[in-house]
Design a protein around this ligand. Sequence first.
Ligand code: ARG
Length: 456
Amino acid sequence: MWGGHFSRGPADAMQAINPSISVDRHLYRQDITGSRAHAAMLAACGIISKTDHEAILGGLKQIEQEISEGRFTFTDALEDIHMHVENRLAELIGDTAGRLHTARSRNDQVITDVRLFTREACANITSSTRRLQRALYTRADEHAETIMPGFTHLQPAQPVTLGHHLLAYMEMLARDAGRFADCSKRLNECPLGAAALAGTSFPIDRDMTAKTLGFTKPMGNSLDAVASRDFAVEFLAAGAILATHLSRLCEELINWSTPMWRFITLSEAFTTGSSIMPQKRNPDAAELVRGKTARITGSLMQMLTLLKSLPLAYNKDLQEDKEALLDVAHQLPLCLAAVEGMIADMQVHKERMHAAASSGYSTATDLADWLVQTLGIPFRQAHHITGKIVNIAEGKNIRLDELSLSDMQSIEPGITQDVFNRLSVEQSVASRMSYGGTAPYRIREQLRRWKRELDL
Ligand code: ARG
């Protein structure tokens, strides 16, 4: 391709380090789509003839078929997908193929491909996220009244409902979808026509290619167009945050399903057995999502590090931008589908959750609140009194609501029988009526909102 200026081929080590085809072959559809738009614009602007345009389109169509049907030969001798397509086009239509690269460089070509790819990836991830949200909705609706322990420091803190817990992830996922929507919107400008870095002397129509490719407008600075990858950083950041949310949820599923907790049983479809321990059911899918999160977060770091200190405009370092991006675009929908399946299929053991919620003096705050609301005791003092009452219950190894009134009165004489209306986990949960709180009334309110927002 540059034989005019070169008298020898690359060294073996160069030949080994140079190709990106193993990665960017997956961008063939975007590459051919970009070439079609470019060729149409060249023809419309009178830069290539109608006949050449038609020959180019015919060749591109055949190449697309050959690749999609697995009949295309890829070789490391040709660096990337752009060279493969151009080379094959020359085999198919002869010298006319050489006209396609007029007013274009691989620098604007590659980043057009990557932007098209990332835009599609945002849409894929968003629809997989929506499917997981629907699964969460269904289970939260089913368990709006199911009581479980709410934790801080992984210690039972106050009872909550399982519906409330699941809807917390619903909120996170909604923000995730919002981040991908923003990313998709911001990346949607067309770099094609920036050529190598400075623009081109040909009278091209950049609005036309932008429009044909579904971009909102051509990018306003040709150096920025070929050098910038902040859209990729944004995509990976949104991906790393989403993966982190999934990983937290998976960590919970793992905890919940351990036989020592047995809040849930994960379905056989998302677990594996052990080859040596017959009793085992391992939460592999959840662990894999947690593991893949490390890889996805690593990809974000890789992209940021790649860009740091990189002068304008294109540098070959940028060839290293695609592997992480393509990998994350592939892995995230897998993670989302696995979590969706686990949530949809998990069996919930309400009685186990209820028993755990009742342990650990989880309604102690309710007792303190009662002292404040009924006896007018300042909260700090009520907290102290409650601590002492908890000590008595602990000493007797019984729950708070199993204490006698006289036991309570030995610490605070003003306490009356009425306090026992506040100490069960059901009463505790029902009393958390503040907006966004765990009372089933509030959960139903949020479920109605999600039903609207998710179009259910
Ligand atoms: N394979 C290259 C990449 O992935 C394509 C662009 C090459 N441009 C260049 N000036 N060498 O980034």
